[in-house]
Design a protein around this ligand. Sequence first.
Ligand SMILES: [Zn+2]
Length: 258
Amino acid sequence: MLQKLLACALLATLTACASYSPDKLDIDRSIQATSQNSRVEYVVLHYTSASNEASLKILSERNVSSHYLVTDEPRPHVYLLVDESRRAWHAGVSAWYGRTDLNSASIGIEIVNAGFENNTWAPYNPTQMRTVAALLKDIIKRHQIKAFNVVGHSDIAPQRKIDPGPLFPWEALARQGIGRWYDPELARSHELEFSRTGLPDIAWIQRELQRVGYTVPASNKLDKATRNVIAAFQMHYRPESYTGQPDAQTLGILKALP
Ligand SMILES: [Zn+2]
């Protein structure tokens, strides 16, 4: 830029410098700073509880959206509805490790799945889950997302949300290197210890849930809000039972979770 200005100044003595105008933006993008990283720190997973057509319509036309929508067709279709550099409206009031407004720093993936319908949970289509796994691997790699920041809507909004539900295959994804999981042997040894010595108090449970990212009251009481958080934790890490009631197995996993 400086050289150009000098050239213009020299030329100006001979003739008018027609090409230079200070009002016209001329941005040099040839040099990229080494100190930078992605603004995206989280991936949030959802189910749509609507059909392919309805999901697409809702997420593209109403006041709610996600970056990606994965259909449950025999050959799942992956829509990019909001560019990754922009903010989609999928998380709502939410928090993870104390950070709020997760829409501003996350990528949202909506998966077509009926959710809880007629008193039963709709299973996830295995082909669709392979597509979701491929999409997650790509996003995690490009944005360098940490394992513990791959979360479900219920993890970040446990008082309001239950998606992606207890049938979401977190453990299978963790075996492919996606998301956080626990050492089963360590969890089992903690479980046996709790079975022998009795469960720790509610204050300990609340502190541990907070340690692993959840927003939970520090009431030292098994109140409704605390039970909701325990249920969200169970849906993710021990989905066989998610009543929100603490037990030795749940707390063993909680203590083992990195
Ligand atoms: Zn959701």
